[in-house]
Design a protein around this ligand. Structure first.
Ligand code: SF4
Length: 101
């Protein structure tokens, strides 16, 4: 196989894998606040709605988007989270497992 044909195949496979991963991410469901795993850590899609009496460790300005466990970009509305690997969490959300960057 010549070099240009091999390069074309590598690029094609890479593009296909990227498209598949992008589509898989878009199909990932959002974490519901009523999900038992979300309830267990007080997850809210809007950090302003966190029960501050129940979670006194919450501090203003903390959101999923600036949590070190968030896997999206800070500007993403939804992104992955290492503790909810099969669901997306809201960028403006929060839970008791929040970890400073
Ligand atoms: Fe959001 Fe961080 Fe809790 Fe995940 S661990 S839900 S990113 S606050």
């Amino acid at each position: 196989m010549n070099t240009s044909r091999r390069s074309f195949m590598v690029v094609s496979i890479g593009m296909g894998a990227t498209l598949w991963l992008t589509r898989a991410r878009a199909d990932t469901p959002h974490l519901s606040e009523s999900d038992p795993a979300a309830v267990a850590v007080g997850y809210k899609e809007d950090a302003a709605k966190v029960d501050k009496t129940k979670y006194p460790n919450f501090a203003a300005g903390q959101t999923c988007a600036n949590c070190s466990l968030y896997q999206g970009k800070s500007s993403d509305a939804w992104g992955g989270c290492t503790i909810f690997s099969d669901k997306l969490v809201a960028g403006p959300g929060w839970c008791a497992s929040y970890t400073n960057m």
